[in-house]
Ligand binder design. Structure first.
Ligand code: AMP
Length: 284
């Protein structure tokens, strides 16, 4: 992989990297489509990273669909697939980790101890191996994208992090490889995340700016779904991911909700139309 990337750099080509854990869906496809518009070659990686799963999490059960993934990547026009073995990425004496302080401990990091250390470590390695000009991430994992952007700044990497919009099913459910865990009843219940975000958006559109009031709207909507168990429903500053009291600048409305055994996340990104403007723009 390094040799191939080195060659592309020597030819002054613009390298795009799309890191994934496989079980590819239209969310991944949207990242690849964006990368294809901006880069050549586009390199996709598939690596189910053991270090980002907790001991009680779904590493062993995580969907692995390598053959259909490969077909999808070929159809999408990806030039290179990097799919290393775990032993190659983490040889027996592996002992160096990347940790973004502060941001890694909140929300997803708090619910999933060690998760972000695993993510930043593997993404750092992928960025080192490929040294892409651009690396593409989904806003579905908003905190992850922010952490990776922070890491690339802090460690002076030469890759630019591009954050792409959330791709959803027709009924609003954000696409996720973990949706495969849902039975039909749970699948119907899972739309409650999107419904809660929409309810918050409606309040914001009506002029509500108080975070507590918006949070209670989220909780009320999520509470209507018997199969939903809320992990967190928070309004946070879009850079620091610290809780906000009032929505006045770029903010994430973040949800993590168990539907049966599946832990689903989703978010609404809100920003002022222009700096200082009272008018908001919504990314749902
Ligand atoms: P994963 O394979 O789940 O680790 O995801 C690989 C990349 O795809 C990450 O940057 C995710 O944020 C992104 N992604 C996953 N689901 C979606 C989605 N529904 N819309 C946009 N990007 C997504």
């Amino acid at each position: 992989m390094k040799q191939l990337a080195r060659q592309a750099r020597a030819e002054s080509r613009v390298i795009g990297l799309v890191p994934t854990m496989g079980a590819l869906h239209e969310g991944h496809a949207s990242l690849i489509a964006r990368a294809k518009r901006e880069c050549s070659p586009v390199i996709a990686s598939i690596f189910v990273n053991p270090k980002q799963f907790g001991p009680k999490e779904d590493f062993a059960k995580y969907p692995r669909t390598f053959e259909s993934d490969t077909e999808k990547l070929i159809k999408a026009g990806v030039e290179v697939l990097f799919a290393p073995e775990a032993a190659e990425i983490y040889p027996r004496d592996f002992s160096t980790y990347v940790q973004v302080d502060g941001l890694s401990d909140r929300l997803e990091g708090k619910s999933r101890p060690g998760h972000f250390r695993g993510v930043t470590t593997v993404v750092m390695k992928l960025l080192q191996i490929v040294q892409p000009n651009f690396a593409y991430f989904g806003r579905k994992d908003a905190q992850q994208a922010q952490l990776i952007a922070q890491m690339t700044r802090d460690l002076n990497l030469d890759s630019e992090i591009v954050v792409c919009p959330i791709v959803r099913e027709a009924d609003g459910l954000a696409l996720s490889s973990r949706n495969a865990y849902l039975n039909p009843e749970e699948r119907r219940a899972a739309t409650v995340l999107h419904r809660a975000l929409q309810a918050a958006k409606k309040e914001l559109e009506a002029g509500v700016r108080d975070a507590l009031q918006l949070q209670s709207v989220l909780q009320r909507t999520l509470g209507t779904e018997r199969l939903a168990a809320v992990d967190y429903a928070e309004l946070v500053d879009a850079e620091s991911f610290e809780p906000v009291v009032r929505i006045s600048k770029a903010t994430y409305v973040l949800l993590a909700v168990f539907i049966g055994k599946a832990r689903l996340i989703d978010n609404l990104y809100v920003e002022p139309k222009s700096p200082g403007s009272e008018e908001l723009v919504f990314h749902l």
